[in-house]
Design a protein around this ligand. Structure first.
Ligand SMILES: Nc1ncnc2c1ncn2[C@@H]1O[C@H](COP(=O)(O)OP(=O)(O)O)[C@@H](O)[C@H]1O
Ligand SMILES: [Mg+2]
Length: 449
């Protein structure tokens, strides 16, 4: 490992070089700051010792320049006796340490070791974080549509503040992905991301899973166990499908949000926890509240920042982008070569309403790639499944896309026929195959008057 020494005083260079060589490192010397910067740019230097007062560039200026070349390069400032102030100033500007003259051998070697160790840790840490952050950058959420751009903006905005976030959207629209993106782009990213799927466990188990329990709290509780809430301390707790919690559990979550406090089951001790809560739902929470299944106060607490993911069919242009990206990824995974995708297939995919959203598209692509004979994948109309091809265009396609109920469909149709007949009821009744009285009743029921 090379150690760079900068000093205009030849005997100091010689002394330090000798110490460094004895310590098993390779000394490199420079008598001026400018020269030293060239060395840093050209060679892999582990630690730098620089004199403070030199002709030309002084030590503090060199420090600043050197940080511009390599922000993590440890620079140790050498100072004459009694210049503690300057040493402190150097540390404030990013020097790793300072070495006061006269130079002591042991001190030099300890400083080198410490600086190298710290640098190694920094590097490892950065690599680890880089890996994690890369996995959840916005790149993994594919989409160019205006609606998704809005979502990206919201994610960027809420990631930094510590507020509670409610992610809404149909199944398969990417709620999990967004929850992770929020966590890994927030200042909690080095803390844990803990997800709890509220649909996965029956209520009793869910509660102990969330809050943990004390030994003996119930049969089978053989030891104390922390819950997911505690596991998430310092990070983010993702409550997936929160509408599935029963009312008592909703009350406990409300307290957790308001007070950052909870108790393990069977224990009286109140525990504090530092978590951010992100929740998701695919349900109409307004309706759940009206029907008394979801607490209003919890809703308002959660809904501080709502992010609503549009269904895939409403993201203009995204179906094809996502299809191509997923095809490439899946072909790679299964060692197939992607030949192409025909225009007809593209149109069919765009016409289909995707009730299962991106998850459905992902499954379709995986199935197609796996079922392909040979190693080339070619997506054409012929190898798209029947369900995709059968998707109706026009009115029915629209109805399916909107997920209309039979009543809603009837209302839409009656409205359209009345418009067609310019409000002529007898004519409309005839087209609809019902009598005038029934038409009037339906018109009233559907508020079409
Ligand atoms: N915009 C997107 N780009 C790429 N993949 C996506 C996108 N949205 C969702 N996915 C993928 O689709 C699947 C379903 O997403 P998920 O986040 O689990 O949906 P949800 O939680 O809303 O049901 C996941 O495998 C996810 O990686
Ligand atoms: Mg989900």
């Amino acid at each position: 490992m090379k150690i760079l020494i900068i000093d205009d005083h030849q005997p100091t260079l010689a002394l330090l070089s000798a110490i460094i060589k004895k310590g098993g490192y390779e000394p490199v010397t420079a008598s001026q700051g400018a020269e030293a910067l060239d060395v840093i740019r050209g060679e892999d230097i582990g630690v730098v010792f620089t004199d403070l007062v030199m002709p030309g560039m002084d030590g503090l200026t060199f420090l600043q320049e050197a940080k511009g070349v390599d922000a993590e390069l440890p620079v140790i400032m050498m100072t004459g006796q009694g210049s503690v102030e300057t040493a402190v100033e150097a540390m404030r500007r990013g020097a790793e340490d300072y070495l006061s003259k006269p130079i002591k051998r042991d001190e030099v070697l300890v400083q080198i070791e410490r600086a190298l160790e710290k640098r190694k840790l920094l590097r490892e840490n950065r690599e680890l974080k880089g890996e994690l952050a890369d996995r959840y950058t916005f790149e993994t959420i594919i989409g160019n549509s205006r609606k998704m751009q809005e979502v990206f903006k919201l994610i960027a905005k809420v990631a930094d503040v510590d507020s509670t976030v409610l992610i809404r959207g149909e199944n398969g629209t990417g709620k999990d992905l967004v929850a992770k993106a929020i966590h890994y782009n927030s200042k909690r990213k080095d803390g844990p991301f803990v997800k709890i799927d509220c649909t996965a466990l029956p209520e009793g188990l869910l509660e102990s899973e969330l809050f943990g329990y004390k030994k003996g709290a119930f049969t089978g509780a053989h030891r104390d166990k922390p819950g997911r809430v505690e596991n998430a301390d310092g990070g983010t707790l993702f409550l997936d499908e929160i509408s599935e919690l029963d009312l008592p559990l909703q009350a406990k979550i409300l307290r957790l949000i308001q007070e950052h406090r909870f108790e393990r089951l069977g224990e009286n001790q109140v525990r504090d926890v530092n978590i951010r809560i992100v929740a998701s739902t695919n349900r109409d929470l307004e309706k759940e509240m009206e029907e008394g299944r979801f607490r209003r106060d919890l809703f308002y607490r959660l809904n501080v920042v709502p992010i609503t993911l549009p269904p895939l069919r409403e993201r203009e242009g995204d179906i094809i982008i996502i299809t191509k990206a997923l095809l490439e990824r899946t072909c790679q995974r299964y060692n197939r070569r992607l030949e192409g995708i025909s225009q007809g297939a593209v149109e069919a995919l765009e016409r289909y309403p995707w009730p299962g959203n991106v998850r459905e598209l992902e499954n379709l692509i995986e199935r197609m790639v796996v079922l392909t004979d040979g190693d080339k994948v070619n997506v054409t109309l012929e190898n798209l499944p029947e369900t995709i091809l059968a998707a109706e265009d026009g009115f029915l396609g629209h109805a399916v896309a909107q997920g209309l109920s039979l009543d809603e469909l009837e209302r839409e149709y009656i409205k359209a026929v009345l418009a067609r007949t310019s409000g002529h009821k007898a004519e409309a009744a005839q087209i609809l195959g019902i009598n005038r009285k029934t038409l009037l009743e339906k018109r009233k029921r559907y508020n079409l008057e």
